[in-house]
Design a protein around this ligand. Structure first.
Ligand code: IPD
Ligand code: CA
Ligand code: CA
Length: 259
């Protein structure tokens, strides 16, 4: 039986989301990747479930997933799955119900499919390149806001405590220039909130491809813009990320370049 990448990705995020929902509030063993960077048993269990689904449907495809890294033996493949099995681990570990499962499917370096699932609100964000962005099957669009002072923006901070000091400068600047700022703890969901017009923009200095690959396609397919801090289109190699409704993009880049 032939599987489509879309059906495999959707089934995987829904199953992993159910697993996370069931484990919320009883986190189990926690490991530390850094001073404050956690890995819970749920990250690992969610990842195992997703990778099993992908590998059984597409054994020849390459995988880049947060906890296991890049798959061995598949590096020559044109097809790559980029997986964050639990985006918002800190929230999850504290019982704060804002987290997601994020899967992107990439062909020859171009993201073709992005799926981000919020298991607690049961919101499935999905985009296929050239075919628009959707939340639970309904088309979504970025906001029309063109004035930074009227904008609701979101951001995130690096796990590296030293690098947070630098990020704080931008946080302070945006705080005095925009209506309000949120730091909600899941970059994937922050991007989906930009795509759905809930946030007008988002910036974060240190992100990995599994944080952004799916969400960036969802923002673009919703009519928004996603770049790095220099203004170049976001790629899987990018570290910094700025996402917006497009109208606010230059104003946001100007703030990030002000120092
Ligand atoms: C983190 C979240 C957070 C962001 C961090 C990410 P994780 O992902 O997306 O919002 O600020 O930079 O690393 O570690 O929970 O998968
Ligand atoms: Ca993440
Ligand atoms: Ca994660």
């Amino acid at each position: 039986m032939a599987f489509s990448p879309r059906s495999v990705a959707v089934e995987a995020v829904l199953s992993a989301g159910q697993l996370l929902r069931e484990r919320l509030g009883r986190v189990g063993e926690i490991r530390f990747k850094g001073a404050v960077n956690l890995v819970t048993e749920a990250d690992v269990a969610s990842e195992r479930l997703i990778l099993e689904r992908i590998r059984s449907a597409f054994p020849e495809h390459a995988v880049l997933s947060e906890e296991v890294g890049a798959s061995e033996g598949a590096t020559g493949s044109r097809y790559l799955w980029v997986v964050d099995p639990l985006d918002g681990t800190t929230n999850f570990a504290h019982g704060y119900p804002q987290f997601a499962v994020s899967i992107a499917f990439v062909i020859d370096g171009v993201t073709e499919l992005g799926v981000v699932y919020q298991p607690v609100t049961d919101e499935l964000f999905l985009a296929q390149r050239g075919a628009g962005a959707f939340r639970n099957g309904h088309r979504i669009r970025v906001s029309d806001e063109d004035t930074l002072l009227m904008a609701l923006l979101a951001t995130g901070f690096p796990y590296d405590l030293e690098r947070r000091k630098h990020a704080l400068r931008h946080f302070a600047q945006f705080t005095t220039l925009a209506r309000a700022i949120r730091r909600d703890g899941s970059a994937g969901l922050d991007l989906c909130a930009v795509a759905a017009g809930r946030f007008d923009g988002f910036w974060e200095p240190d992100l990995a491809p599994w944080d952004t690959a799916a969400g960036a396609l969802i923002v673009r397919e919703a009519g928004g813009t996603v770049t790095d801090y220099t203004g170049s289109p976001l790629t899987l190699e990018s570290v910094s990320c700025v996402a917006s409704n497009g109208k606010l993009h230059q104003a946001m880049l100007d703030v990030l370049h002000a120092d």
